[in-house]
Design a protein around this ligand. Structure first.
Ligand code: MG
Length: 361
């Protein structure tokens, strides 16, 4: 893009979660994110790299993303080049692309949702629920979210902790709330076949039962299960979405801009699925308001016909980094301001900053 990148800041923030979030990869008690702030031709832009601090969901880490930005990606753009098409570092690339686009859209006074072709002013909110040892506590939490207006619950599962929690939550919330499960790739093929016992509970989808590379096995599994399989970790690009769909490995795709390398790449995955009539949903990485704004804007695209993981700010944080996103009748308003439509609040940013690096040309 024309113009000149004047300065970049990498701001590591640590945001306490209102409750711990447990998956097969471990328990998150505070969300670490690397914010990218750019000044482009005098205009500020923000992006969020919400990758985890340890390998698990992906091989990329927060520290790795910082090095990739500081040593490779930012110097390229300081030198007047584009981000390039080097492999890997998708979360880092996504955050930087977002910050540059945010500045560009601020200069043009255009919202992100308008820029990408969003068609909704509100998106339906969903909520992801971590692993719980205590089924009573799980039931109470599910009931609390439904009372708040959430119409879709996604339960994390692992082998041996699947049928009972799903049965309990279905019993608690009744038949009208959509329930999905997400295994984060923790099942063997044989163990995943046992998930046929979940058919009684009318699931929206079963997300990522097998390891990310297991495309053929997902196709075999899909043929034996009633709910559609939704792939998350497997789909790191539009061509892989096309491959998975052509193999019959999924009937739904979870899209996260960080996982696929940015907003443009996320839209490409959306487009690939849409022309093949495969619905997509927006996932989440426990983002602050910066990343949440991007996810909600993406969810306004026409192919996002399934409710995903976009939640209100208070599901995660007592005090979000940006003005908080609140539920409006079970929906979230798509930001309408220029760019991503939100900025960090100075006092929250100051209080939650762990480390700040300023990069210059
Ligand atoms: Mg997932």
């Amino acid at each position: 893009m024309p113009g000149r990148l004047r300065a970049v800041e990498l701001v590591h923030v640590r945001m306490p979660l209102v409750r711990p979030f447990a998956t097969v990869h471990g328990v998150t008690r505070a969300k670490d994110s690397l914010l990218v702030r750019v000044v482009y031709d005098g205009v500020e832009g923000w992006g969020e790299c919400a990758v985890e601090t340890e390998p698990g969901y992906t091989g990329e880490t927060l520290d790795g993303a910082r090095v990739a930005l500081r040593e490779y990606l930012v110097p390229r753009v300081f030198a007047g080049r584009d981000l390039g098409n080097g492999r890997g570092n998708e979360f880092a690339r996504s955050a930087f692309e977002c910050a540059l686009l945010d500045a560009q859209l601020h200069a043009a006074q255009v919202s992100l949702a308008s820029h990408i072709g969003g068609v909704r002013d509100h998106v339906t909110a969903g909520v992801a629920i971590g692993l719980h040892d205590d089924i009573g506590a799980l039931r109470a939490l599910a009931a609390e979210y439904v009372a708040q207006g959430y119409t879709r619950l996604k339960l994390k599962i692992v082998p041996g902790r699947d049928i009972e929690p799903v049965a309990a939550v279905r019993d608690e919330v009744g038949p009208d709330v959509a329930i999905a499960v997400d295994a984060n790739g923790s099942y063997s093929f044989e163990a995943a076949m046992q998930l046929a016992a979940l058919d009684a509970f009318g699931l929206q989808c079963i997300e990522q039962p097998l390891s990310p590379d297991a495309f053929e096995a997902h196709a075999l599994l899909a043929a034996g299960l009633v709910p559609p399989l939704c792939l998350d970790e497997s789909i790191t690009s539009a061509p892989l979405a096309e491959l998975a769909i052509s193999l019959g490995a999924c009937g739904m795709v979870n899209v996260k801009p960080g996982r696929v390398g940015g907003i443009e790449a996320a839209r490409a995955v959306h487009d690939a699925c849409r022309i093949r009539a495969v619905p997509v949903l927006i996932g989440g990485m426990l983002e602050t308001g910066i990343g949440r704004a991007v996810n909600i804007a993406l969810a306004s695209l026409p192919g996002f016909t399934e409710t995903g993981d976009c939640s209100a700010s208070d599901r995660y944080f007592a005090d979000d980094l940006t003005e908080p996103f609140g539920l409006e009748g079970g929906t979230l308003a798509v930001p309408t301001g220029p760019g991503i439509g939100v900025v960090p609040r100075a006092e929250v940013l100051r209080a939650q900053t762990v480390r700040r690096e300023r990069l210059r040309p």
